[in-house]
Design a protein around this ligand. Structure first.
Ligand SMILES: [Zn+2]
Length: 181
């Protein structure tokens, strides 16, 4: 991959893998585009949600200005994830095909205004945004709340298990909300 002067390549000491960092304002102002692959096992936070972390994800990130000159990042992520079925706890293949538009904002106040509108997503502008973390956040935000096999593919069909899974989820959801805010 070729890196121009605005982008840097840094090494994450603990994992010795390549981290890619962008300056979000420059990225938008110069309408840059970044296309690449990341290994699922580099996605440290996402791992908690997965049955295993084998495989790759493909991403495209575009910096653009919309019709009203509002800066934004367009993020597309494709790949396959193995989640755990909430009914039988077995592996469940989840096809990922995410497309998000993130409005770039300058401060927390702007961000909280955006948060009031559920149809738009905002992100704080920063000179050193870690691409892997950005991708992880987008995936985690968009994961199915209670992934399950289809009735006939699931290894457990007992009503009692269904009941337990339903009972646990509200708390899991609350915890996830706390982590995000
Ligand atoms: Zn299942």
């Amino acid at each position: 991959m070729i890196f121009d002067t605005q982008e840097q390549k840094i090494y994450h000491a603990r994992h010795m893998s390549t981290r890619i960092v962008i300056d979000t304002r420059d990225f938008v102002n110069f309408t840059r585009s970044l296309h690449g692959k990341i290994k699922l096992n580099e996605c440290i936070r996402l791992k908690d949600y997965l049955a295993d972390s084998q495989g790759n994800l493909e991403y495209i990130i575009n910096g653009i200005l919309d019709r009203n000159d509002k800066p934004m990042l367009q993020v597309s992520i494709k790949g396959e994830l193995n989640l755990n079925c909430q009914r039988c706890l077995g592996k469940l293949l989840h096809e990922l095909n995410l497309k998000s538009t993130l409005f770039l904002v300058e401060n927390e106040k702007e961000l909280s205004y955006l948060d009031e509108d559920e149809s738009v997503e905002g992100i704080l502008a920063t000179p050193d945004m870690d691409i892997i973390e950005l991708i992880e956040d987008e995936i985690i935000l968009n994961l199915p709340f209670s992934p399950r096999h289809k009735e006939n593919d699931c290894s457990t069909k007992k009503l009692t298990d269904n009941y337990t899974a339903e009972k646990k989820r509200p708390f899991a959801a609350l915890l996830e909300l706390k982590k995000l805010h």
